[in-house]
Design a binder for this molecule. Structure first.
Ligand code: BGC
Length: 724
């Protein structure tokens, strides 16, 4: 793509109002094909002859803008007329909104200084073989749009009564915008994917008028109202009600998350353009005729997320577990808006690396996320320092040194994508970055062959945290060294796939293992046992699993693990003979457990095991999200162990599989299905009188293991029975 267009910006200051750019043009002959190439330093909406161009919401998406800015290509052949008007509104988006709630980072400050810029180029190919290009230059006009204010965290103000004046031909000016960072669209488009209709409208004890959508979603509310010019509708967003039943927004911290709409005359429908919210409830702060005039049918929640395709399904006989499966799906939908974010509501909707690496296995079962993560990993590469440092968040707005188990996303995510989709290109694209990450640790440790020193998030939110700390009590050096070994092992595996020489890393790996065993002869916490056993770091992993089981039982069959240990906890138990205990943890309903939030009405996964306590109190408002997908990583155990659908490293992308289901008597049935590129794998088991009945469908050759029996089967449907 050759850019002839110039970056344009309004010639006068527009303050908080989003500028509108316009261009009229007439094709000079019969059009064969016309394409619009477009991007912005912000987010844009393009409207050609009154019709929105494409379905991409919040285009051009969110990348590490200082290194990579996507542009989009739209086929507009069908939309062209003899006389055309292209209108483009540009909002702040991720480029220019405040994105770090607690302090503005240097990167953010620099980006925020950018003007509201637009770059567009229409290429028209005529039937007679000639071509014409319409491009952003000084012939464009600009004016103030109806979007009076828009930011990612704070929301949007739209004045439908405002009449944009483009007639005074306010010209635009050319500026020195970014060309060297432009790349074609790489990720999935963000789209409006679903709609949720208001479940009920009610008054809280405080007298607030609130709409409940029944489901926490990420997106925005579409308003349909009959109003008079100048009437206002104003909405606030919330995830939960407090224990008195009042609207609760404190956990949004400084994110205002408000949507103000000013009416024109008559019946009208509008939804925000350049912002999004994480919410289940809205409070009607203003409404035409007074808040008491609001009706449920005035409000529809529009669910917005990346255009990833659903591939995985789970269900069973336990309704709470089914709700958990649902919440995991909603957690993924709610946080897969171009970047895998920690949460969608407060002033921190960032691409936290730790959360992403924890969840990626589950994410890749639930949805096809190959393109989504490949794009994010390209940003990781772009933001990785020469010395190998990987940020806490990608795009890296925070800077700072790397934390173990967060920055290891650099090795874990490419490897998991390779296993899930069988495409070694992701490994080729990331291999240098993977090695650089391991080399960074080698260069930054205090003690050779371990990773000691540095600043880490530890076993974030582990329940064995000392009072007043967010970090569980597992030793940080232990966790860091365990991940050092794990990352080195993944570099070796990736290198072997790519036929690279990894002998240095193999030698390093051996040294890490012996240093680790010497330094940490004993594990002190659940998470330490989990990591050492799952990563195979100890001479006797069975002994560690035994110790883990004792620890879990000793505290009343409770998990104490945080972000780092939880994803592997059930795997270690089931792998070493404690499947019964693993199920007990999964099915537990009292705090702390996966099902406890369900008993409190959760419709997404919570950041804290006790986001809402038994007595209805909240976890402190400084960090309490009700839509944090990390603990949803447990679904990968349900697919992989309960239903038994396992990937084989030698046959990545499910070219051949192992299916080894593990029924539990506390469930009458369980079903899992995963759509792979070879077809759908399905594993179901159910009670059949005094037997277990298994039905397994495989599109490829499979090894089936049931109890102590093994079968090698080819594609097809296979039914087995085993004693109960
Ligand atoms: C985020 C987490 C993240 C963590 C780092 C939090 O504020 O919400 O999900 O991983 O910080 O420790």
């Amino acid at each position: 793509m050759e850019w002839k267009a110039k970056w344009i910006m309004p010639s006068s200051e527009t303050g908080e109002v989003c500028p509108l750019f316009s261009k009229s043009f007439c094709p000079k002959g019969k059009v064969k094909k016309a394409r619009l190439f477009i991007t912005a330093t912000g987010v844009y909406e393009a409207v050609l002859n009154g019709k929105r161009v494409g379905e991409y919401i919040l285009a051009p998406g969110w990348t590490s803008y200082q290194k990579r800015l996507q542009y989009q290509e739209y086929d507009i052949t069908e939309q062209l007329k003899e006389e055309n008007q292209l209108l483009v509104t540009v909002g702040k988006g991720w480029y220019r909104s405040r994105l770090v709630g607690w302090e503005e980072s240097k990167t953010q400050k620099e980006l925020q200084k950018s003007p509201a810029g637009l770059l567009a180029q229409i290429e028209i190919h005529y039937e007679d073989g000639t071509e014409e290009v319409v491009l952003t230059d000084t012939t464009w006009n600009s004016g103030l749009s109806n979007v009076r204010f828009s930011e990612i965290y704070d929301g949007e103000t739209y004045d439908a009564s405002y009449c944009t004046d483009l007639s005074d031909h306010a010209r635009v000016q050319i500026f020195d915008g970014p060309f060297h960072t432009l790349i074609p669209q790489q990720g999935e488009e963000i789209r409006e994917r679903e709609r949720v209709y208001a479940a009920r409208l009610f008054q809280t004890p405080k007298g607030e008028v609130v709409v409940d959508f029944g489901q926490e979603v990420t997106g925005y509310v579409e308003l349909t109202i009959d109003g008079k010019k100048g009437d206002k509708a104003e909405l606030s967003h919330a995830e939960v009600l407090d224990k008195e039943g009042n609207f609760y927004t404190e956990n949004y911290r400084s994110a205002k998350a408000k949507y103000l709409y000013i009416c024109k005359e008559g019946k009208q429908t509008y939804k925000p353009k350049f912002t999004y919210f994480g919410f289940r409830y809205i409070r009607i702060d203003q409404f035409p005729g007074g808040v008491e005039c609001a009706k449920p049918e005035n409000f529809t929640a529009v669910v917005v997320y990346s255009d990833i395709k659903r591939t995985g399904y789970l269900s069973c006989s336990n309704s709470k577990l089914n709700q958990l499966f649902d919440n995991i799906i909603w957690g993924q939908k709610g946080n897969f808006l171009d970047v895998p974010t920690d949460c969608p509501q407060r002033d921190e909707r960032l691409g936290w690396t730790g959360d992403a690496q924890v969840f990626i296995r589950t994410a890749a079962l639930n949805y096809n996320v190959e393109k989504f993560f490949s794009k994010w990993l390209s940003d990781l590469v772009a933001d990785q320092d020469e010395n190998g440092r990987v940020g806490h968040v990608i795009p890296d707005l925070l800077g700072g040194e790397s934390s173990a188990a967060w920055a290891d996303a650099a090795t874990i995510c490419p490897w998991e994508l390779y296993l899930a989709y069988g495409n070694s290109q992701i490994l080729s694209a990331q291999f240098t970055s993977m090695k650089k990450w391991v080399d960074y640790i080698t260069e930054h440790t205090k003690d050779k062959n371990l990773w000691t020193g540095g600043e880490h998030f530890g076993d974030w939110l582990g329940l064995d945290a000392p009072a007043g700390s967010y970090k569980g009590s597992s030793r940080e050096d232990f966790i860091a060294s365990a991940f050092y070994a794990h990352s080195a092992s993944l570099v070796i595996k990736a290198g072997k796939v790519l036929e690279e020489d990894v002998s240095n890393y193999e030698a390093l790996y051996e040294r890490i293992i012996s240093a680790f065993q010497e330094r940490y002869p004993k594990c002190l916490t659940q998470t330490e046992c989990v990591l050492a056993a799952y990563f195979n770091l100890a001479p006797d992993c069975q002994e560690l699993a035994d110790q883990l089981a004792v620890m879990v039982k000793a505290c009343g069959i409770q998990l104490q693990t945080g972000f780092v240990g939880t994803p592997y906890l059930l795997h270690v138990l089931s792998e070493y003979g404690y499947i019964d205990l693993a199920y007990t943890l999964l099915l537990r309903e009292e705090y702390p457990s996966w099902l406890y939030p369900i008993t409190k009405g959760a419709t997404t996964i919570w950041e804290h095991w006790d986001g809402i306590r038994e007595n209805g109190d909240f976890w402190s408002s400084d960090m309490n999200s009700y839509n944090h997908y990390a603990y949803g990583a447990v679904a990968d155990w349900v697919y992989g162990v309960a239903a038994g659908i396992k990937k084989l490293e030698e046959f990545p992308g499910y070219e051949k599989v192992i299916i080894s289901p593990n029924p539990d008597k506390r469930l009458d049935f369980l079903k899992a299905a995963v759509e792979t590129r070879y077809g759908t794998i399905r594993s179901e088991w159910k009670k059949a009188d005094d037997l277990w009945r298994y039905e397994i469908e495989t599109p490829v050759d499979a090894y089936i293991i049931i109890g102590d029996k093994h079968w090698e089967v080819s594609k097809g449907i296979h039914t087995f029975y085993s004693s109960y």
